[in-house]
Design a protein around this ligand. Structure first.
Ligand SMILES: *Cc1c(COP(=O)(O)O)cnc(C)c1O
Length: 463
């Protein structure tokens, strides 16, 4: 139920006040640079990158209002005014009363996992996220994938591929009882499925199920605003509601959230844990002091908390969020129309190249997505990242690679940072590579870190 697309162009609801020069390089230079980086785009120097689509994490352009807020940082150790501004913003926009700042999202995940998971318990998620699963496993939990099957099918155009499959939740309860579940970790929209949203109807159903079984929902709210925008666009009954109201309703189905402010909140660093469960909040405040800092700064400077507080209000501006998601759709649409295999529908924060269909002759064990990301960099200086077998890591029990059904290259669009002409450059490079795909070779892994290996693994090009 997409809203009718307006026939007149709608431009970004902001203009540019400050610019940053980006460097162009030659293909020969980039061939050298990627070899030096072990064919891992995480190991490139950012100076050698022309258009950086590695991640939308911490790469947003802040507004003049946020920069002005940075000058109002209260750098007192305890009780800084910026903390109270942050607390007010989270209460108003997310609806959670207790707010504990952390230096970024994974720190909130660490605290949540340690406090809420008993060894041996299950942590169902609508698809894994790297750091979320790692922290759950470190706390002795076992991740269970509970997303709908459509999410694992790159060609399915189901509009809510982020939905939870209730049958998968019921199976855990049937086999192990509801007590075996630590909590439901629900991420709207789902990063690893291609930035795919869940519907409000599904969320409501999941929350009814969770209440009936006395299982808590703790959101990974990292990109919940992008999900709220998709609900406004696609779900019956929401076209006339604001993104702000939709987000508030979504969050009302959970008892709290972990948050990476480096995404939706439009800042370069920050995060928080927020909850309406007072007991959990008290325990989390005790723990944040050990790992992050006092509970009124949790690893953030006062000025950074102020930028987050202001970013939270800016992110729910309907014109801003529409323009953000539409830029992603613009890039995705150009690729789709040119026959480049991408995950459909186009997600909220990134366009995902489907590496198995892009490079059908390169087997999984030669890391086709890792190789595609490296070749894209050599072609145009555009940096994406692998989201496939390398990112999925190894099964801690069997020691074999996790073999996810999707092998993707993620082209993630930073918020408010690039224009659609940059998107044209990216599209043309992907289209050119797709035309010359038979020249692309696979890789061999020559260095493998034990956890979160995708960050630092090194590869060599096969002959
Ligand atoms: C980025 C991210 C995290 C982790 O947050 P950091 O701020 O990078 O520590 C958790 N979940 C999702 C879905 C993310 O995208």
């Amino acid at each position: 139920m997409e809203k009718a697309v307006k026939s007149r162009t709608v431009a970004e609801p902001y203009k540019i006040k400050m610019v940053e020069t980006i460097k162009t390089t030659t293909p020969d230079y980039r061939s050298w640079a990627i070899r030096e980086a072990g064919y891992n785009t995480f190991l490139l120097r950012s100076e050698d990158v022309y258009i950086d689509l590695l991640t939308d994490s911490g790469t947003s352009a802040m507004s003049d209002n946020q920069w002005a807020g940075m000058m109002l940082g209260d750098e007192s150790y305890a009780g800084a005014r910026n903390f109270y501004n942050l607390e007010r913003a989270v209460r108003e926009i997310y609806g959670f009363q207790h707010v504990i700042p952390t230096h970024q999202g994974r720190a909130a995940e660490h605290i949540t996992s340690q406090l809420r998971i008993e060894p041996g318990q299950f942590v169902p998620m609508n698809m894994y996220f790297t750091t979320t699963r790692e922290h759950a496993e470190r706390a002795g939990g076992t991740f269970v994938d509970c997303i709908v099957d459509e999410a694992h099918d790159a060609a399915s155009e189901f509009p809510f591929k982020g939905n939870v499959d209730l049958a998968k939740l019921r199976r855990i309860v049937d086999e192990h009882g509801a007590d075996s579940i630590a909590y439901l970790s629900i991420a709207p929209s789902v990063n690893m499925a291609g930035g795919q949203p869940m519907s409000m109807a599904n969320l409501r159903e999941v929350s009814e199920w969770a209440r009936a079984h006395q299982v808590a929902i703790i959101f990974d709210a990292t990109r919940a605003v992008e999900n709220a925008y998709f609900i406004q666009r696609r779900e019956a009954g929401y076209a006339d509601k604001t993104v702000r109201d939709i987000l508030r309703e979504m969050m009302s189905y959970g008892e709290g959230c972990t948050m990476s402010s480096k995404k939706d909140n439009l800042v370069n660093i920050g995060g928080f844990l927020a909850t309406n469960n007072e007991q959990f909040a008290t325990a989390a405040k005790e723990m944040v002091v050990i790992f992050e800092g006092l509970h009124t700064y949790g690893g953030m400077a006062g000025r950074d908390m102020e930028a987050v507080a202001r970013g939270i209000y800016e992110m729910v501006d309907d014109a801003y969020i529409a323009s953000r998601v539409q830029q992603v759709e613009y890039l995705g649409g150009r690729l789709r129309d040119a026959g480049v295999p991408v995950v459909l529908p186009i997600g909220g924060h990134a366009v995902f190249l489907d590496a198995r269909r892009f490079l059908p002759d390169i087997p999984d064990d030669q890391f086709q997505a890792q190789s595609l990301a490296a070749h894209l960099y050599v072609d145009s200086g555009v940096r994406g990242m692998e989201r496939g077998m390398v990112s999925a890591g190894r099964d801690p029990v069997t020691g074999d690679h996790h073999r996810p059904k999707l092998s993707l290259v993620r082209l993630t669009i930073p918020r408010r940072a690039y224009t659609n002409l940059h998107m044209d450059v990216v599209a043309e490079s992907c289209i050119a590579l797709h035309r010359e795909r038979d020249k692309i070779r696979g890789l061999r892994m020559v260095h493998e870190p034990r956890s979160l290996r995708f960050f630092q693994a090194r590869f060599e090009l096969l002959d």
